[in-house]
Design a protein around this ligand. Structure first.
Ligand code: 13P
Length: 238
């Protein structure tokens, strides 16, 4: 399966000039998720990269100030959307119920979703089984009543690893990836699994070489052109 590298720029816009001349190899799929107003900058400057959004709303249109619908994203050439990022769960009180509505609306509109799940340090301290159990329950709530699982990408992002400079142990992330995939074993469509949380140009390869890990969701390191290029290059060899 092709590796998938997703750059989550969060509320940042890095300089795009240094990307000039970078050609994406077909071996890897690369998705850039800029803040909403900058889709055009990415389209214009990064040919060969796919576009993703960092969030979406579940309604089609109406009086929902500040929100953007799945169809609006599609009309801009967006093919992917991150849903349920822990920063939104934590800071904006996004609930599993809201996430579930977003998942259904985005899939219904034909977007591929990158559903973020992952345990806090309080849970992880209790052990690997507690973390697995947490993630299993989160997935059950977020995907409640979602019949067709095609187009689902799950990003395992342990909350304690995000922005901390300390990624998960690659072997532990691979074990979680195997576990998450096993939860979808009865589903007709295979899900793709990304690891996210302080991935950088030094450790990306150690995650990507596991066959259970189909790619990476990269935050901070994706803002530095040289780092992201190195991560992308490593994905060609794994
Ligand atoms: P960092 O790579 O900065 O830890 O962020 C990960 C993340 O939140 C990607 O969605």
């Amino acid at each position: 399966m092709k590796k998938l590298i997703v750059a989550n720029w969060k509320m940042n816009l890095p300089a795009l000039k240094p990307w000039k001349g970078f050609r994406v190899q077909k071996k890897t799929e690369i998705v850039i998720c800029p803040p909403f107003p900058y889709f055009q900058n990415v389209k214009g400057n990064l040919p060969g990269f796919k576009l993703g959004a960092q969030d979406v709303f579940w309604e089609k249109s109406g009086a929902y100030t500040g929100e953007v619908s799945p169809a609006m994203l599609k009309s801009f050439g967006v093919g992917y959307v991150i849903i349920g990022h822990s920063e939104r769960r934590e800071w904006l009180n996004e609930t599993d119920e809201m996430i579930n509505k977003k998942v259904k609306a985005a899939l219904g509109a034909g977007l591929k979703i990158i559903l973020c799940v992952g345990e806090s340090w309080v849970v992880r301290k209790r052990g690997v089984s507690a973390a697995k159990n947490f993630v299993k329950n989160q997935l059950a709530r977020d995907l409640h009543d979602v019949k067709n699982k095609s187009g689902i990408i799950v990003a395992y992002e342990p909350v304690w690893a995000i922005g901390s400079g300390h990624s998960d142990k690659p072997s532990d992330a691979a074990e979680m990836a195997r576990f998450i995939k096993s939860l979808f074993a009865s589903s007709k469509s295979k899900i793709r699994l990304l690891y996210g949380g302080s991935v950088n140009d030094k450790d990306a390869a150690s995650f990507l070489h596991y066959k259970e890990i189909d790619g990476a969701l990269v935050g901070g390191a994706s803002l530095k052109v040289r780092e992201l290029k190195k991560i992308i290059t490593q994905s060609y060899h794994n």
